[in-house]
Design a protein around this ligand. Structure first.
Ligand code: MBD
Ligand code: FE
Length: 255
């Protein structure tokens, strides 16, 4: 058996060495880089930093190796212990809330319904924060698990999320801004869809015309994940069918 760990780490190191060489990085800058990483760890933002730069690459690999719906960023705010919810996610009472209905079906690659699939849904508050992470918002707010019915269907009410700014007081937002980039993600709803025998699908929904849809700082937007402004009796609806691939990876990844 080949040593996969050795192979991957050696190539990562080689890639970093190439970048350092290319830019004549000085010893002083090298020490500053280490200091920056230390600060990021202390601020609890290391997962955020890595996700901002590399999560989308892992998703590209998933999309290359599995069929089914397009996968995109999990991001740093998924909580696996979110409770099952019926009808609606728990949210605050907030004048800024705009109601949102999420619904659709979970299907296999042949289009047959997948019953009893579990869908985690999570998204931001109307001021761009996540339950369990920011401002003492309870862990079970703006997130929950759904179970698909016999027809593979799911439906839940919640509120429209807003664009998310990676905080610029923290090391990650500060880095992006110092690089001359912005630190915004377009408004999005997160989903993680799981069912026995299927490859887990992690994805998001975006809003057509929304701010930053064309310039996500984490590069997680795919055109097929952008939803038009559909309304039923005035209520915004995102209808998404999730197609799950079989659990087995493409030969290239499984080898
Ligand atoms: C988010 O909300 C997110 O989804 C990602 C990918 C990165 C930072 C914040
Ligand atoms: Fe997010």
């Amino acid at each position: 058996m080949s040593n996969r760990l050795e192979a991957v780490v050696a190539d990562i190191v080689e890639g970093i060495r190439g970048a350092l060489m290319k830019h004549d990085v000085t010893f002083d800058e090298y020490r500053q880089g280490i200091g920056y990483i230390m600060k990021t760890v202390e601020a609890g933002e290391l997962p955020l930093m890595i996700d901002a730069f590399l999560n989308t690459t892992i998703c590209q690999i998933e999309n290359r190796n599995f069929g089914g719906s397009t996968s995109t960023l999990e991001g740093p705010y998924f909580l696996d212990d979110a409770p099952f919810v019926e009808g609606a996610l728990k949210t605050y009472e907030d004048d800024r809330h705009e109601p949102l209905l999420l619904r659709g079906r979970v299907l296999d690659l042949a289009g047959a319904p997948v019953a009893d699939a579990i869908i985690d849904v999570w998204h931001s508050t109307p001021d761009g924060h996540y339950g369990g992470f920011h401002n003492n918002i309870p862990r079970d707010f703006y997130r929950g698990k759904l179970r698909t019915d016999a027809a593979g269907g799911y439906e839940v009410r919640t509120t429209v999320p807003v664009a998310y700014k990676i905080p610029d007081q923290g090391p990650v937002g500060a880095l992006l801004e110092a690089m001359g980039r912005h630190s915004w993600r377009p408004a999005h709803v997160h989903y993680k869809v799981r069912a026995p025998g299927f490859h887990t699908l992690t994805t998001q929904a975006y809003f057509e015309g929304g701010e930053y849809v064309d310039s996500d700082c984490c590069e997680g937007v795919h055109s097929e994940l952008i939803h038009a402004d559909v309304r039923e009796s005035g209520i915004k609806v995102i209808e998404t069918d999730f197609e799950l691939a079989p659990a087995l990876a493409h030969a290239a990844a499984a080898a």
